[in-house]
Each structure stands twice: as C-alpha cells, then as structure tokens.
Write a protein that binds this ligand. Structure first.
Ligand code: SF4
Length: 483
C-alpha cells in the first residue's frame, strides 16, 4: 500500500508493507510525517524522500521489501528521488547488514525508532551524498508505542486496534519473537483511549490485533486480560462490531468463549491459527496445542455459537512432514470445514530452530501440498458461499463504486483477508451492469428474477445495511440491499 507527503515543498512518498501490525506503525509514522510539515505523496518515482516500512517475517515478505527498496534506490540514481529511508521489521531483523547489502539507502530505522521518523527524514535530507547510511537501531522490546493520532490507511470506519507488541510463544518456525521481542501488553487505559478516539473519528468496527491476542495482560499479571479488555470495549456506545484476530488456540478458554458469545458487539468470528494437526508436527513446531484439544475446542465453539465463523492458518511441508502426516492434515481440513483458511508453504527462516531441523521437505513437494490444501479448502468455501444463498445478513459497507455497487462484509468476513459481499441497491441499468463486472454473470443467471426493493437508496461506506444473498461468485456473496 502506498501513500504520499511536503515540508517547505518537500514530498515524502511512503510505502507501507506487511501485516496489520505493521500497518498500524505505518499509520503512526504517516501522522508524524504529516505533522512535521512534509507533503505526503504516493508517487514513489518522484519524491524528495521515499520511506519504506518493511516486513521481514518470511522470505516472500523480505523479497517484496527488497524489491521496493531497489525500486526507490534506482529512482535515486536517476535523480528522481533524493533520499531513501528504510524502516520496520526487516531493519530490525537484518540490522546494519541491510544497509551494507543494499547500496543507496540513506537511513535505516528499526522498530524502536518509529516515533522518530520525521526527525530521521529531516536528518537524512541534511546528509551529504558521500555520507554512510545513518543507523537507528535499539532493542525491539523496550516499549509499546502509543498508537493514538494515526493517519489511517484503512477506511476510517474499520481500523485496527493493536493491543500488544511482541510474542512470548516460541514456535520453532517463527522469527517474530526475535524481531519484535517479548510480549508487552498495551495498558488497558491506552487501548480504551485509542478505541474512543477511533470511534470519535468514525470507526464502527474495530479489529483487535496482536501477535497472540489471547496472551493480553499475562505480562502484567492480569488474569483473563482479553476478556476483561473486551468487556470494557463493549461499553463504547457507537461501536457496533469488535473483531478478535490472532487467537492462539490454547489461549481460547471458557471465559473467553463466554465473553464472545455473551457480547452483543464481539462478532462470532474466530481467527485461530492452528498451523497443523498432527501431534508430532505440532510438537516439533513447539505449539501448545494437540489434535484432541483443537478438535474439542472447535466442537465447543460451534456448540456455544452455532453461527460462529472459523478462520485458521496452516503450514504445509514443515520439516519431517510425511505423506501420512500431510494426509492427516488434509483429512482434518475436509472434515472440520473451516469457513476460511490461509495456508503457507514452510519457509526455513534463518535463526529459527525449524530451519536447522532434519527432514526438510523439497520445495516441489511443499508446493504440491500447499496447492492441494488450498484446492480442498476452495471447494469447502465455495460450497459454504452457495449455502448462504437466500440468507438475510447485516453488512458493513466498505466501498461504493460509481455505478452504486457496494462492497461490504457480514460479520463472518474480516477486512482485507476474507471474501466480501457485493451489494446492489440500484436497478440493474445498463451502466451499472457494465461497470459492475462482478455482477455480469449473476445478473444474468443467479440473480435473475430478483426484484429490486421498491425503495431505492444509495449505499454509503461505513453504514450497516440489511441484505439478502441472491448468489455467490467463488468465495464472494452477491447480495441485494433490503431496506
Ligand atoms: S504465536 Fe508463534 S507464530 Fe505467532 S507470533 Fe508468536 S511465535 Fe510467532
């Protein structure tokens, strides 16, 4: 995602890479850059300074960051860009090596330097071309930043709310604890102040994010920290949906399930990365869960909340994963039928115990397993989407195009990562049909015969609308607004 910024006619182009946690850091940096008087721009080919906030979690993320840095450095060589500043997780992971490896960077700023970004940009502009890159690095686990006053990249009605930083789990494949340090909860009063601010600025849905949201409060000696926090957030009147992301399965206890089920605002949507299901693989991954417990948890969640939507994440081709163990995982996916699933091929990340394990699975096998899992899930997801035809749902509108076609989500769809609902509230006139290509097929068959509601009104981003599902297109739902 790219956003753009001028101080005394100086522009800063900002490249925001990575996960929602990194997006929050980008939003905070953008606000500071704007406040310092720079003009924010999205033209990374022509800016006084290009700032790249990187992700360094796994190889594909690193490759994306290297590509963005190389593109900015190239523009600098051509005289289109004056300075290149690199920030974020990749800097924290590689340290000064990054500046050595990639010639042309003017400053690198680790996670601890986030709140100094405007000063770092100003200092880099004062640097002579011959000066060595400036290095701003400090241990990553010193502090949990204040995330209020962000310049949002996400739509204002659906921002992220980060409740902690770092991670105390020790999954053998994961670089996060090394990059981000120990788990630090953001004090509840800060979280609540931030939530209030977001709501004052138009938020109606908030997605709670952390490396492991269930761990919230543990470092502060608070029991059931997430439940307690959620109960406080629940009291914010204008907030309609609270979405809990990144719930480590072993951390989902009865208290949390009761809190979610009993809350009017916490949506019945559980994002719980299980990573695998075979006990030996889970053990090698150093996960705190085992198959029996995970299966019991899923059964309990579905019993207590029959309409719960479950999302998980899996790793295919972990070291030592045999054909049988992979089949066990495939069978589990087929049987349990998660509503949504993200899957990654194992990446041997330097510095992690899993990278040194024997029995590394050849890349071709990993790719094949990954594809099989995704195809298995695709069938399930398509079937589930078809199963919603005829249902009436409440959708939050995220965007409306010029033809009046809305794109939104019901409670079972998290922003950015899940499928969406396409919502029509206008008669299918020729221009609407032409512009809304997604509806082209549905208009002719699945939605044919559906009558538009007699009261026609336009949709607006940030509003909740009752819809009836008239069709599905792959993962997505095709709906008509009912007023
Ligand atoms: S819970 Fe495991 S996978 Fe998630 S951030 Fe922590 S160490 Fe990494």
């Amino acid at each position: 995602m790219r956003a753009r910024c001028k101080k005394n006619r100086l522009t800063v182009a900002f490249v925001a890479l990575g996960c929602p946690k990194n997006i929050v850091d980008s939003e905070k940096m953008l606000a500071d850059i704007g406040q310092a008087g720079f003009i924010i721009s999205d033209d990374t080919d022509n800016a006084d300074v290009v700032v790249i906030n990187t992700c360094g979690f796994i190889k594909p993320a690193k490759d994306e960051a290297f590509e963005a840095i190389a593109a900015a450095v190239e523009q600098k060589k051509r005289g289109k860009v004056r300075k290149v500043v690199v920030a974020g997780c990749l800097v924290q992971r590689m340290g000064a090596e990054l500046a050595k490896e990639m010639d042309g960077i003017d400053a690198i700023a680790g996670l601890g330097a986030r709140d100094d970004i405007a000063d770092i940009i100003t200092r880099s502009l004062a640097q002579s071309a011959r000066q060595k890159p400036a290095i701003y690095l400090e241990p990553s686990d010193r502090r949990i930043g204040d995330d209020t006053g962000r310049l949002l990249i996400t739509p204002g009605h659906t921002p992220y709310l980060r409740i902690s930083e770092g991670c105390d789990r020790a999954c053998s494949f994961c670089t996060i604890p090394a990059i981000k340090g120990r788990f630090r909860s953001k004090p509840a009063e800060l979280v609540l102040a931030e939530a209030q601010e977001l709501v004052r600025n138009g938020a109606v849905e908030i997605s709670i994010i952390a490396q492991d949201s269930t761990y919230y409060g543990t470092d502060l000696g608070i029991k059931n920290g997430l439940s307690r926090l959620v109960k406080e957030l629940d009291k914010i009147e204008a907030l309609r949906w609270i979405r809990l992301m990144y719930l480590y399965p072993a951390g989902i206890d009865d208290e949390l399930i009761e809190t979610i089920a009993g809350s009017k605002k916490v949506v019945n949507y559980i994002d719980m990365p299980i990573q695998h299901i075979n006990d030996d693989i889970l053990k090698a991954m150093r996960r705190g869960d085992r198959k029996e417990k995970i299966a019991e948890l899923i059964e309990k969640l579905r019993r207590v909340m029959p309409d719960v939507v479950l999302r998980t994440t899996l790793i295919a081709g972990f070291p030592g994963e045999s054909d049988e163990q992979f089949e066990e995982l495939s069978d589990f996916v087929r049987t349990v039928k998660f509503d949504a699933l993200g899957c990654f091929g194992f990446c041997a990340e330097e510095g992690t115990p899993a990278a040194k394990m024997t029995g590394q699975v050849p890349q071709a096998v990993k790719n094949e397993r990954l594809e099989r899992l995704m195809l298995t899930q695709q069938q399930i997801a398509f079937e589930k989407a078809r199963g919603r035809i005829g249902q009436e749902l409440v959708c939050l509108i995220d965007e409306v195009d010029e033809s009046g076609l809305g794109r939104g989500r019901f409670y079972g769809q998290a922003p950015k990562i899940d499928s969406v609902c396409y919502i029509k509230s206008v008669p299918p006139g020729p221009s609407a049909v032409a512009k809304a290509s997604i509806f082209a097929k549905a208009t002719t068959d699945k939605m044919a015969g559906q009558k538009a509601h007699p009261t026609i009104r336009s949709l607006k981003p940030g509003e909740f609308v009752g819809v009836k599902v008239g069709g599905s297109q792959d993962y997505d739902l095709l709906c008509r607004a009912i007023l």
